[in-house]
Design a protein around this ligand. Structure first.
Ligand code: NIG
Ligand code: FE
Length: 407
């Protein structure tokens, strides 16, 4: 098995509860697909056959994790962007048959091949900035065949890029037009037909639901989560994005891995998240694009030690954003996260939001060797600059993403 020894590194292990877990003059040994040793240069092992990478004080971090995306979809919503700039709200556009439903129409009309091809540049943009694990949701098919089509594309992207992709079934993302006025019947279809079939085909790692005035109510959302759990699947939920329907408390009470968005989360419900261990996934891209002004209850989340993750929420409507570095900057600038919280949000806490923190998310002995070498010497640089990509090299599962070791 091949070995790689990184020397003279500035290393942000992200393994502690706060800060970067920063080490100067660090070394790290990769053996096969795992991290075998992390420590100070002076104590480093001296394996015979390891390839040696001299980091020259540059920064090593865990591979970045984008734990909430809707990366596979048909069409675009540039027209809606213009309408919103002219004053229409996201909810108004949804109510008049645009929004998510317009992407559903375009996704249904697209072949699997076209969905795959159109997702390529989006995924390449994320990978170029050091993403090694990605979550992709369904939710623009809204019938069995089309939800399966989306999840197959997600599986194919994982294969194509030798990337870890977690596939989340979001059949209850919006009410499809053919079920207008029959939301409960649609939830029955989701629970009894769509989700079981997607699971039989091995395409589901977790189940999500959108609980909101423009989507499903609390009881409908809970039905979806309950049927997913009866099938042994982990759950998560889009909640409190535009209003407070109590979705976060309900999902946390059911042991959800994460609750996502949270701008309208009531500070009184933060304790319920803390008690449950659910991760709060914040999506500053959607906050920014929708020109939201209501901030998530950051201080309460921080005080009650709810783990905070960040994600692009890459989707054609509320967050056409394909840069996790930009999201880190937005989280600092718009939400006042610290750069250390931002980096934790796209590494260890993002791993938690996917239930993968035993394997990935920090630079620790025994974890997967998903490692990024950055052309910076301080981790705050990753959040501080906009529009510069300092990613020098990416190792995924012990293999360099591009042939040849970095200089
Ligand atoms: O996470 N909130 C619901 N779903 C997506 C938006 C999807 C869309 O607008 O197409 C989100 O923001
Ligand atoms: Fe989303």
């Amino acid at each position: 098995m091949s070995q790689t020894l990184f020397i003279n590194a500035t290393l942000a292990s992200m393994q502690d509860e706060s800060g970067y877990g920063l080490r100067q003059q660090a070394a790290l040994l990769v053996d096969g697909d795992k991290i075998a040793w992390v420590g100070n240069m002076a104590e480093r092992p001296t394996p015979d056959a390891a390839a040696v990478i001299d980091c020259r004080q540059r920064l090593l971090t865990p591979g970045l994790i984008d734990c909430h995306t809707h990366l596979v979809y048909g069409g675009d919503r540039a027209d809606e962007f213009e309408l919103r700039l002219e004053g229409a709200s996201y909810a108004e556009i949804a109510a008049s048959g645009g929004g998510i439903v317009s992407t559903v129409n375009a996704t249904r009309a697209a072949s699997e091949e076209l969905l795959f091809t159109e997702a390529l540049p989006r995924i390449r943009a994320l990978l170029a900035e050091g993403v090694t694990t990605l979550e992709i949701k369904s939710g623009y098919g809204l019938d069995s065949d089309n939800e399966i089509k989306m999840l197959r594309v997600a599986a194919r992207l994982a294969n194509e890029f030798k990337l870890r992709v977690q596939k989340t079934f979001l059949g209850a993302h919006a009410l499809p037009p053919e079920y207008q006025g029959r939301a409960d019947d649609y939830i029955t279809l989701v629970c009894e037909e769509m989700l079981p079939r997607a699971q039989r085909e091995g395409l589901v790692d977790a189940v999500d639901v959108f609980i909101e005035s423009i989507a499903f109510d609390l009881a409908q959302g809970e039905r979806v989560l309950a049927c997913a759990q009866a099938m042994g699947l982990p759950v998560k939920a889009h909640v409190e994005q535009l209003s407070d329907l109590g979705g976060a408390a309900m999902a946390a009470g059911r042991g959800a891995l994460s609750v996502d968005h949270l701008e309208y989360l009531n500070a009184a419900d933060v304790g319920k998240l803390a008690a449950s261990g659910a991760v709060a996934v914040l999506l500053p891209g959607a906050y920014y694009v929708l020109r939201e002004t209501q901030l998530p209850p950051i201080a309460a989340l921080r005080e009650q030690r709810v783990p905070i993750a960040l994600a692009t929420d890459a989707n054609p409507g509320s967050s056409p954003v394909h840069s996790l570095l930009l999201i880190m900057n937005m989280a600092c600038t718009l939400f006042r996260l610290t750069p250390a919280e931002a980096l934790r949000g796209v590494t260890l806490n993002a791993a938690r939001a996917l239930g993968l923190d035993n394997d990935i998310g920090s630079l620790e002995t025994g974890k997967q060797a998903d490692i990024v070498l950055w052309d910076v010497t301080r981790p705050s640089m990753l959040s501080y600059r906009l529009g510069v990509n300092p990613c020098a090299a990416v190792m995924q599962g012990g293999q360099w993403r591009h042939p040849g070791a970095p200089l």
